[in-house]
Ligand binder design. Structure first.
Ligand SMILES: [Fe+2]
Length: 225
């Protein structure tokens, strides 16, 4: 019997996809182990490409939260506008790598989407000692963000734990290893604890079923004037 390729994941069995899907539904967060969604070669390629992107220091999150992190923009999602790749060749090449069919298929199953999702925003985070990301809600940046996907790109660091705060449940602390992928809902608050030693680096992208303009409304006393 011939089975169509697009009905089956080459990266993960149906059973494994279902297990991750259920964990994400129940806990709001799931960690997919190293070497599953990204090969070593793909991680190395991401590292090589991101080196070409200019870096900016971010001290305040766009939802008014406190940050201290170095950011490289891969895909931007400004309020009132449709998402677009950042300038230069590297952002487009990173996006192409992220959106490869096998990975999109597996991720779509884990996210529970019946139709395709889009990556609305994507960025690299570099966190030397003392860096942190204060408690925030990803959906505050774009109400259509559903899940954030965080790819761990560093091996040797201490601190920098990812902590989620589900309402009505005890907080959960995650320390994903190099190459692991953490998926979390954008509707639960989370933070990254201060990095103590070494350097934490990650690629973060935000998935949504909507591809149009960012529907976030910026409240301002001078709006419309
Ligand atoms: Fe976040």
């Amino acid at each position: 019997m011939v089975r169509a390729m697009n009905h089956k994941s080459r990266l993960l069995s149906e059973e494994a996809l279902t297990k991750y899907r259920i964990e994400l539904l129940v806990k709001g967060t799931v960690v997919i182990g190293p070497q599953i969604l990204f090969t070593q070669d793909e991680l190395a390629k991401i590292d090589q490409l991101q080196a070409e992107i200019p870096e900016e220091e971010v001290r305040e999150g766009d939802a008014g939260d406190s940050h201290n992190v170095f950011v490289k923009r891969v895909r931007i999602d400004p309020p009132g506008r449709a998402p677009s790749n950042a300038n230069g060749a590297a952002p487009g090449q990173i996006m192409e790598l992220l959106e490869r069919k096998d990975r999109s298929f597996a991720l779509r199953k884990i996210l529970g989407a019946t139709s395709d999702y889009v990556i609305r925003r994507c960025q690299m985070h570099r966190m030397p000692p003392g860096s942190y990301v204060g408690i925030h809600l990803d959906a505050a940046s774009d109400p259509d963000f559903e899940y954030s996907v965080i790819v761990q790109l560093a091996r040797d660091f201490e601190g920098g734990e990812f902590v989620v705060y589900p309402s009505g449940y005890e907080h959960q602390v995650y320390r994903p290893p190099f190459g692991a992928v953490l998926v979390t809902t954008c509707r639960v608050q989370h933070e990254v604890k201060p990095v103590l030693t070494g350097e934490r680096r990650s690629l973060v992208y935000f998935c949504s079923k909507r591809s149009g303009a960012n529907r976030r409304i910026i409240e301002s006393s001078t709006a419309g004037l």
